[in-house]
Design a protein around this ligand. Structure first.
Ligand SMILES: [Zn+2]
Length: 234
């Protein structure tokens, strides 16, 4: 399967051929849909075909490193294998996810502690940090994040081999999320000189596109764990 979201996170739709339909969902020869993974939810949208539109409520990982399964709404009539469809994202939702996902990279740069987990949502996101003491201040983190966002840093990608990543374990910040290795090459996402880490998700190209955010709460989750939750201000 040709994965279009990886080379162009701004691709909103593509023409594709239906290759497989089974109880898991619909597979295509190419797609713009990002499958759930790495703390980012799967995309939703439509497959528009000759027999009508099929609502896609989620995308999940399929077979192999590049497999994507489009999960149709309950009761939707499946498309015929071999038919041509236009795969179209719910772009407003995906763009919010891209903005918040990119903001999570900035949050991990703003707080220099090990990350133990995280979750990206449409209007909000959170990261868990391994911090023994309550040293975090909501207003300070909010101000620092909005400064990094307003500086409008470039968000770029680099590729290294699995072996090069294995030799630089310090690049892996999020202990609970396994880097997307296995295909021989790993994608790193760089935000200027602030952050560099392996990531298979979708990102905006400039930090300014994230927009204004605020830290909503900082919770204690376990003895050494602090959860920092933030949301868009708009
Ligand atoms: Zn990322």
């Amino acid at each position: 399967m040709e994965i279009l979201y990886r080379d162009d996170a701004y691709a909103q739709s593509c023409e594709a051929t239906v290759t497989t339909v089974d109880e898991r969902g619909i597979q295509l020869d190419r797609t713009v849909f990002y499958p759930t993974g790495g703390g980012q939810p799967g995309d939703s949208g439509f497959l528009r075909g000759p027999a009508g539109d099929i609502e896609i409520v989620n995308a999940i990982k399929g077979d192999g490193p590049d497999g994507v399964i489009h999960v149709p709404a309950e009761g939707a009539a499946p498309p015929a294998v071999g038919s041509t469809v236009v795969a179209e994202l719910d772009w407003e939702r995906r763009h919010r996810l891209m903005r918040m996902h990119t903001c999570m990279h900035l949050l991990s740069a703003a707080l220099d502690y090990p990350v133990t987990g995280g979750q990206v949502g449409e209007g909000k996101g959170r990261l868990d940090f391994d911090i023994p003491e309550a040293v975090l201040d909501k207003e300070e983190i909010t101000a620092e994040l909005n400064r990094l966002i307003a500086d409008d840093h470039a968000v770029t990608e680099e590729w290294i081999s699995d072996a090069e990543l294995a030799a630089q374990p310090e690049l892996v910040k999020t202990m609970s999320v396994k880097p997307p290795t296995g295909a021989g090459q790993v994608r790193l996402i760089r935000i200027a000189d602030l952050d560099l880490q392996p990531c298979g998700g979708t990102h905006v190209t400039r930090s300014g596109e994230i927009g204004c955010v605020e830290v909503r709460k900082i919770q204690k989750k376990g003895r050494q764990n602090r959860r920092v939750s933030l949301a868009f201000v708009d």
